[in-house]
Design a protein around this ligand. Structure first.
Ligand code: ZN
Ligand code: ZN
Length: 358
């Protein structure tokens, strides 16, 4: 059975044309029922992406939520409005699935779990990273990442905004359940959410423990940040504790979902879309082109990752966060190329790591 999209008319934003941002549907917070019993709640986030989607799956005996956004005052207001619109009460929340450990997907997870007693599902890899990041070690993991990037030519970074916030402010925006409160789910697990069966598919790449959910009955794919409609998910190597080849993982994970009989894809950012195979093809092509670009730059002379990032991303490296993501992204390509035998590393006397074409 194919999924039917509900009419747009029920979901129009109340913003006037003048208030609407450039990509109105994607950037406007709000709530809509995308498929009978499945609500997309689009919440504001304080990042360039502007919004994140979380999905409420509603059954006869309670409901489940996929992802937990961030607890900024603006997001809390939109969420409260969204739950009311969908007729949902927190006390009936039975399960919370966290697709991956990034802050815009987990911020309200502890609070929602405590208020409802919901079971929290997550892949064990990202569950462990989430504990390490958000239970007191945020400063340390930031310092580690900073050190990891130095030999790759990165200029010294300022501490991230979140690592400078006082704990009570940070805890209001991002607070995660303890390890004991999380039920780990592995690749291929079947879970029941709001009375329906979903298959957990482990899709490492965007994060090492990223998962998507597939509902075989009608081909609904909750894709989180694995396959996004308009932008390319960030695929980066951020530390030596990462899996070694995130881009290799990502391409394999794209292949893993490419032939799913998906009737509708519900992404973590942007609007739901239908043609999964085509979008997967585009993403694979994007990374192949980026690799050719990097190889041609290395054809001129050996270079470190930051030099390459400057040439590939240019003016987009406008702040530390953009620089960090860009270098991590370049490194994921370089390591993918290196493990494929196309480039090799060279160390300079002053401790820099250069990549050279083979
Ligand atoms: Zn993410
Ligand atoms: Zn995201």
């Amino acid at each position: 059975m194919k999924v039917t999209l509900l009419s747009d008319d029920t979901t129009k934003s109340r913003a006037t044309a003048a208030e609407r941002p450039k990509h109105p549907a994607e950037l406007t917070p709000g709530t809509e029922e995308v498929v009978s019993g499945v609500w997309k709640i689009t919440l504001p986030i304080p990042f360039p992406l502007r919004t994140v989607n979380i999905y409420a799956l509603v059954g006869r005996d309670g409901w489940a939520l996929v992802d937990a956004a961030m607890g900024t005052p603006e997001a809390r207001a939109v969420l409260a409005e969204g739950l009311e619109r969908a007729g949902l009460e927190l006390r009936d929340l039975r399960a919370l699935v966290l697709s991956h450990h990034h802050p815009d997907h987990i911020g309200l997870s502890a609070e929602l779990q405590e208020q409802s007693g919901a079971t929290v599902y997550m892949h064990p890899i990202d569950a462990a990273i989430m504990q390490a990041m958000w239970h007191g070690e945020h400063q340390r993991s930031f310092a580690q990442a900073n050190q990891f990037f130095r030999p790759h030519g990165m200029p010294p970074l300022e501490p991230t905004v979140s690592s400078q916030l006082p704990p009570e402010v940070l805890n209001f925006v991002i607070r995660v359940p303890t390890a004991e409160a999380i039920t780990c789910v592995e690749d291929g697990a079947e879970i029941t959410l709001a009375g329906e069966h979903y298959r957990v598919i482990w899709t490492p790449g965007h994060s090492d423990g990223h998962i998507v959910l597939f509902r075989e009955r009608d081909g609904l794919l909750l894709a989180a940040d694995h396959v996004l409609p308009r932008i390319t998910p960030n695929i980066g190597l951020y530390s030596e504790y990462n899996r070694a080849n995130p881009l290799g993982d990502y391409i394999q994970s794209l292949e893993k979902v490419r032939h799913l009989p998906a009737s509708l894809v519900l992404p973590g950012h942007g609007e739901p879309f239908r043609n999964l195979a085509r979008r997967v093809r585009e993403l694979i092509r994007h990374h192949a082109q980026r690799e050719l670009e990097i190889l041609s730059l290395l054809g001129r002379r050996p270079q470190h990752a930051y030099q390459l990032a400057e040439q590939v991303f240019g003016p987009r490296l406008k702040n530390d966060e953009a620089r960090r993501m860009a270098v991590a992204e370049i490194l994921s390509h370089l390591e993918h190329l290196r493990l494929g035998g196309y480039v090799r590393q060279e160390r300079t006397d002053d401790g820099l790591i250069l990549y050279a074409a083979v």
